[in-house]
Design a protein around this ligand. Structure first.
Ligand SMILES: Nc1ncnc2c1ncn2[C@@H]1O[C@H](COP(=O)(O)OP(=O)(O)O)[C@@H](O)[C@H]1O
Ligand SMILES: [Mg+2]
Length: 362
């Protein structure tokens, strides 16, 4: 359990006097943040003249101090009238937008995006997959749909893209729209227009999660994305070695910039070790050790887990057979656990933080 989870558990004991419900259930605790010895939170009040204000303040303060005696508690009241929830007006049918990011290319971001989407789907969630890597869209190959084109439907005289349904998972990628070799010539405005089209001109169904595969690093795609939709959070993928971690920190910092403010949900370490099938007791740490955990601790986020190098993962990704991942298979169980942890983190995030605001264009 990370510290945020512990804090929420502790706070859920505090009851609001009018309703008798817990303050976490009522979503009154927001903007929860831990920085070194400081624990920050805002308490959203139902109205400016809320009568149990001081009582609530001391209750919150007391339980936190008791559970975390070494932390300084900074709790502030915010009147609900000032509640800055940014409604997701563009795509209200999508509950959570989760971006999969990395510092470097080749760390397995697309592979993680695809398998994570399938794992979440297997847990019973409605999941969509959007490939925003316009420079190297690899999702269609992994899903085995590289020759399919999304249908276009005219709705109220507007042309709308219908995401391609892959085993019940709607998916869109530039790779299904133009020939792959054309992708590299995309520049700023053209690129922004495509990203916006993926949201504004696409008919996404109701979804619990839209998983968004990003290009590596920080650039136009990432920027356009945060200006187009309110991202729920980002998952950072890294390999275990130090150089990958350094680049991943740069990518994380972009999301954390004050004017962007997309929460980092946590870290997935990919290619953690190689385990030969015929010698399952042997583990080779080809790319070093400990990078994912270090990155999670440096960014104060959750470490979701480690995915080893598995030949089947590569084979299925290359041949469009990712959906053949079977429950009970070694790596499927790892993905299942990671998916559960991410879902838990998103649920917690939504309890204690206002929805991310779309970044306004300068
Ligand atoms: N855990 C893994 N085990 C084996 N091969 C992997 C694993 N993760 C990724 N790969 C392979 O590594 C290559 C790069 O992965 P990819 O997802 O395309 O990286 P990125 O999107 O970060 O550039 C692909 O060929 C993929 O099949
Ligand atoms: Mg990729």
């Amino acid at each position: 359990m990370d510290i945020i989870e512990k804090i929420i558990e502790v706070l859920s004991q505090v009851k609001e006097s009018k309703t008798g419900q817990s303050v976490t259930q009522l979503k009154m605790i927001r903007d929860l943040k831990v920085e070194a010895d400081n624990l920050h939170l805002n308490i959203y009040l139902p109205s400016a003249d809320y009568e149990f204000k001081s009582e609530l303040y001391s209750d919150v303060h007391d339980v936190l101090l008791k559970a975390f005696p070494d932390k300084k508690i900074h709790a502030h009241f915010i009147n609900k009238s000032a509640f800055a929830d940014a409604p997701n007006l563009l795509l209200p049918q999508i509950k959570n937008f989760v971006a999969i990011a990395s510092g470097k290319g080749g760390v397995g971001k697309s592979t993680v995006s695809v398998n994570l989407a399938i794992a979440l789907k297997n847990l019973g969630f409605k999941v969509g997959l959007l490939d925003c890597d316009l420079y190297g869209p690899s999702v269609p190959t992994m899903l085995g749909i590289q020759n399919e084109r999304p249908k276009v439907q005219t709705i109220q005289s507007q042309n709308k893209l219908i995401p391609i349904d892959v085993h019940g998972m709607p998916s869109l990628s530039l790779g299904n729209i133009i020939e792959p070799e054309q992708a590299v010539v995309l520049r700023g405005p053209r690129l922004a227009a495509i990203i916006k089209q993926f949201f504004q001109d696409a008919m996404w169904p109701e979804l619990d999660y839209l998983i968004i595969d990003l290009p590596p690093g920080t650039g136009d795609v990432q920027l356009t994305l945060v200006q187009t939709i309110p991202l729920t959070g980002a998952v950072i993928v890294t390999t275990p070695q130090q150089v990958a971690v350094i680049d991943a920190i740069k990518a994380s910092n972009m999301f954390l910039m004050e004017q962007i403010a997309v929460p980092i949900l946590g870290v997935v370490e990919n290619m953690s070790w190689f385990q030969p099938l015929d010698m399952p007791d042997k583990k080779y740490y080809i790319f070093g050790e400990g990078g994912g955990e270090r990155l999670a601790s440096l960014t104060n986020t959750t470490f979701f887990g480690q995915i080893p190098i598995v030949e089947k993962i590569r084979e299925r990704a290359d041949s469009g057979k990712v959906f053949e991942m079977q429950a009970g298979e070694f790596y499927a169980e790892i993905y299942k656990e990671i998916a559960q942890k991410i879902d838990k983190k998103v649920t917690l995030r939504n309890m204690v933080m206002a929805p991310t605001k779309k970044v306004e264009q300068a």
